[in-house]
Design a protein around this ligand. Sequence first.
Ligand code: HEC
Length: 226
Amino acid sequence: MRNKSEIRNPKSETRRAAGHRLVRIFGFGLLSGFRGRAGLLLALAFTAAAAAGCRRDMFQQPYSKPLESSDFFQDNHMASRPLVQHTVARGHLEADEVFYTGKIGTNLVETFPFPVTREVLERGRERFDIYCSPCHGRTGEGNGMIVQRGFPPPPSYHIDRLRQAPVGHFFDVMTQGYGIMYSYAARVEPADRWAIAAYIRALQQSRDATLAEVPAEQRAKLEAKK
Ligand code: HEC
């Protein structure tokens, strides 16, 4: 068993020592530099305030960052442990194949793993505008700002092939990447990937919905505008 002072981070030790020294030098400098009572009081107040910050044992506890090198474990010389073989980290079971891959076996799914509500679509729009619109454009036409500045253009979401693609395809493209488009798995949570897929469906729908598909109350409004 190591005692506390051995495992204390040497860096913070030296920083602490340097801090003490500074306080002493400044305190002394101020004490000798200020004349009169007001000056003395000011100098004392400063020294007290600065010295109060010195004992910070509970604030600066010894700790290691996960990938930092460390001699504590002799097998991998890192502060963190490798995952134990044949185990699954808590929260990473990912047993729901459809939800995490958009597929059943090798077949892309045609339906969403949860009901698509207005909230889901709004979340999807927000995430789409953040992560996808720079290339795909806000309307999914493939003319986002990065493309306008020279990035290879992605296909429009409104081409027949993508309109007929099963929704699992969109989830899969975000999860795995596609061609020169890299994966968004690390940046967009699975539930958000589904929300984005739902919003892409809404974008596609917005291009060829018929008046008959508009709910009756809104249809009246549209017709009044004509
Ligand atoms: C940095 C630019 C960029 C961003 C950001 C981007 N994409 Fe793409 N995307 C592309 C390019 C380029 C292609 C064409 C890739 C190819 O065919 O090699 C593409 C292709 C696609 C396709 C069509 C795949 C097919 O079957 O042809 C889909 C769907 C897609 N992206 C969805 C998304 C979604 C959803 C997001 C946001 C999470 C996103 N992309 C973010 C550049 C981007």
